[in-house]
Design a protein around this ligand. Structure first.
Ligand SMILES: *Cc1c(COP(=O)(O)O)cnc(C)c1O
Length: 399
């Protein structure tokens, strides 16, 4: 760091005052790697049969990556549909210029929301006759067909028609003239469990239940209805789960949801989390660090203060359990993670300075830290880690 010379002439006017003009890498940020997303989609698609479609699931702002960027690169990689959770997410994607079909995976239950969904060319997920009727009315009003997907519950007990009653209800739904059934789907509850290939596993039983239902309603007679069941884990199990489309989130972002990692699965993380060193201090042996004094230095210690904390989405319960990477070396995080900052022991480094960039998630050289590591340490799942990142972290797109 250069100390400014007093005799240097500054042009004070050129410095920005607006929030939007602040360097996104001034403090801490998420780097989103579009090319990796595209490659992951292409790679995953190569495991599908030729006619099977790939729905890129971009809910929760693209698992924290930025839904717009993810959609753009997923489409480049071959995704032909997009999945979001909410009406707002769908509208945002449409207004960013995405033209592909968008399915809302959550439940819209008011006429108002369904009308807005229709007007934005978003397909709702329908789980009851009541909502089918509303959609049919909306379609009738506009003199058009309302495109939607029907969902059946095969074991989640979340959304979806009750499986036993669906046969009867489907006959009725087919008679509605102003809706267009674009898809019928269900959702797997435990596909990421180690026993999912065991014929008696809940995953296989769910598949069987779904398959039987499809045969009962003779869905084959209607070639235009897309059948889909698999999330990332289901997709990676085998082609029996693929049907006409797969709905892929986690693995598209570069992580395998399966405990047994397929050797041929070459997925690349699309997210790097980085933060700058904002301050450096040296403390003596036996000095406590951060709230609660949970860490006591065992030697004279050089500390880097990173400008990132739990208000950015780094789980506080990872305090003292993670490393950060700089120049192909790990450095341990020490003391409690605070709202906006955390300390790292950099005693062994001569090169880290104020302003140096540290990698919290991602890789450098042969060192890697993955959301899977964080999830294990904080007793959660990688999905939760990814969608915990707050808007305070700028998303910076790199190719
Ligand atoms: C989130 C979601 C997916 C994607 O799940 P991943 O495990 O991240 O691949 C698929 N289908 C539905 C209904 C979802 O809600």
């Amino acid at each position: 760091m250069q100390i400014p010379q007093t005799n240097k002439v500054f042009n004070f006017d050129k410095y920005p005052t607006l929030e939007k003009d602040i360097d996104p890498k001034q403090r801490a940020w998420i780097e989103v790697r579009g090319k990796e997303l595209e490659t992951n989609v292409r790679h995953l698609k190569s495991k599908l049969s030729k006619n099977c479609q790939f729905m890129a699931v971009v809910k929760a702002d693209g698992y924290g990556h930025d839904a717009k960027v993810v959609s753009e690169y997923a489409i480049k990689g071959g995704a032909s549909q997009l999945g979001v959770a909410t009406l707002k997410e769908g509208i945002k994607l449409r207004s960013s210029g995405v033209k592909k079909p968008i399915l809302i995976l959550g439940n819209l239950y008011t006429r108002r929301d369904l009308i807005i969904s229709f007007k934005n060319d978003l397909m709702p997920t329908i789980s009851s006759i009541r909502e089918c009727l509303i959609c049919n009315n909306i379609g009738k009003h506009f003199g058009l067909k309302f495109s939607l997907h029907l969902k059946v519950d095969t074991g989640m007990s979340r959304l979806g028609f009750e499986c036993n009653k669906f046969l009867h209800q489907f006959e009725k739904i087919k008679s509605f003239e102003n809706i267009s059934i674009e898809g019928i789907y269900s959702h797997l509850a435990s596909a990421d469990e180690f026993n999912s290939l065991d014929p008696k596993s809940t995953t296989q039983l769910q598949r069987q239940k779904f398959q039987e239902l499809l045969e009962q309603i003779k869905v084959n007679r209607n070639q235009n209805i897309k059948i889909h069941l698999a999330n990332s884990a289901g997709m990676l199990l085998n082609q029996n789960f693929h049907f006409h489309m797969v709905r892929v989130g986690l693995s598209m972002y570069g992580y395998s949801p399966l405990a047994k990692i397929d050797k041929n699965l070459s997925l690349k993380p699309a997210l790097f989390l980085k933060a700058k060193v904002a301050f450096i201090r040296i403390i003596d042996q036996g000095v406590s660090v951060s709230y609660g004094g949970k860490f006591l230095s065992s030697r004279k210690t050089k500390l880097a203060v990173l400008s990132i904390g739990y208000a950015d989405g780094v789980p506080r319960n990872l305090s003292g359990k993670i490393n950060v990477i700089h120049n192909n070396k790990f450095y341990p995080q020490v003391g409690s993670i605070t709202m906006d900052q955390m300390m790292v022991d950099i005693t062994d480094s001569n090169e880290i300075q104020i302003g140096s960039t540290m990698i919290l998630l991602g890789s450098d050289g042969d060192k890697t830290i993955s959301p899977l590591d964080w999830a294990r340490e904080s007793n959660t799942i990688p999905w939760e880690i990814l969608c915990s990142f707050k808007n305070r972290l700028p998303r910076v797109q790199v190719d």
